[in-house]
Design a protein around this ligand. Structure first.
Ligand SMILES: Nc1ncnc2c1ncn2[C@@H]1O[C@H](COP(=O)(O)OP(=O)(O)O)[C@@H](O)[C@H]1O
Ligand SMILES: [Mg+2]
Length: 320
């Protein structure tokens, strides 16, 4: 079964004039179809106003379709009987860390959700501990949230969502108000939950670098899914991304410019390491691409670092 399935979704907001009277509608989502499988890490990109937040709010039944259908874990969001189960299974983390923490002590804040749905006290403390541990915030459990950095606050917000034992978390630009360190902490925590606990993650972001490790990227434009694919498929389309007013990761852009200038490089460089390898590989007589390398080291079952070391040695004329 899909974790999330959306069919022909349309969402219209009611536009209001200065006096608050209805004055027409704004179509924020315009015919979206998509599917997210359990355990996937999804990134959603798109410039401001493209409909990302509106889409996100459909995923935990904060908004309902004007037309079409949204299923979360097989539950139709329009069916009122599913409301609380959907909100428990699909937790939301928003942009501003200061609006999401309500208690005076970190651990109380994390326990608030489970307490609200009647989880027994002993079980609440178990969940609080596990959730704080999962986001690397256990040592701060007795602190006042006021004393935390933005990145730490966002991780506490994520812990609060995890304490509800969700199948899916939706993060709507969770790093937009954080410094680079805080951003890294939050993305690392989300990635860890996905990889280690199998929680489906839907990350809305305008930092392209945060989307590199996603299983799948959806790019939104004017309320539609304009592009869909792996990070490599999406970021290799530099021109199309520019048309959609989006960047690609800096190193991808550099590789793109080098290619335009005549260097033989693959169209889809995502990391510094790949660029370095590709530049070395682009020397005459060496036809190896990062893709073929990847396959080789996968097949040999060796860890990347070992494989890298060997490659380096081989490149230096050392036959081992
Ligand atoms: N509460 C609202 N009332 C009316 N229009 C809205 C409301 N929220 C968003 N919109 C409009 O819907 C469109 C999509 O907005 P949003 O989903 O917030 O986009 P994004 O998150 O990608 O920036 C925009 O044109 C925005 O102005
Ligand atoms: Mg938004």
């Amino acid at each position: 079964m899909s974790m999330i399935k959306i069919q022909k979704l349309i969402h219209d907001y009611i536009k209001r004039d200065d006096e608050g009277n209805a004055a027409g509608t704004v179509r924020a989502i315009d015919g979206v179809n998509l599917e997210v499988k359990p355990g996937q890490f999804i990134a959603v990109l798109g410039h401001n106003g493209s409909g990302k937040s509106t889409l996100a709010k459909h995923l935990n039944a904060l908004l309902f379709p004007t037309e079409g259908t949204v299923w979360v874990d097989g539950m139709d969001t329009k069916d009122g009987a599913n409301l609380w189960e959907i909100r428990r299974e699909a937790g939301m983390v928003f942009q501003n860390p200061d609006n999401q923490i309500i208690a005076q002590v970190v651990e109380e804040d994390v326990g608030f959700g489970p307490e609200n749905i009647g989880v027994p006290t002993e079980e609440i403390w178990k969940r609080v501990e596990e959730s704080l541990k999962a986001v690397g915030m256990l040592e701060h459990r007795k602190k006042s949230p006021n004393r935390l950095s933005g990145g730490q606050k966002q991780r506490v917000s994520i812990a609060g969502v995890i304490a509800m034992e969700p199948k899916c978390i939706i993060l709507d630009e969770p790093t937009a108000m954080l410094d680079p360190n805080g951003r890294k902490e939050v993305i690392k925590a989300a990635m860890k939950l996905n990889r280690e606990k199998g929680i489906t993650v839907i990350l809305i972001t305008h930092y392209m670098e945060e989307a590199i490790d996603a299983d799948l990227i959806f790019v939104m434009d004017k309320g539609e899914i304009a592009m869909q694919g792996t990070p490599r498929e999406i970021f290799s389309q530099v021109k199309r991304m520019k048309e959609l007013q989006l960047d690609v990761p800096q190193v991808t852009l550099l590789a793109y410019e080098l290619r335009k200038a005549g260097l033989h490089l693959p169209a889809s460089i995502l990391t510094k390491e790949e660029l370095v390898d590709a530049l070395l590989g682009s020397e005459p007589g060496n036809s190896e691409t990062p893709e073929s390398r990847e396959q080789k080291s996968d097949a040999s079952g060796e860890p990347d670092t070992e494989a890298d070391k060997k490659e380096e040695e081989a490149g230096n004329g050392n036959q081992g």
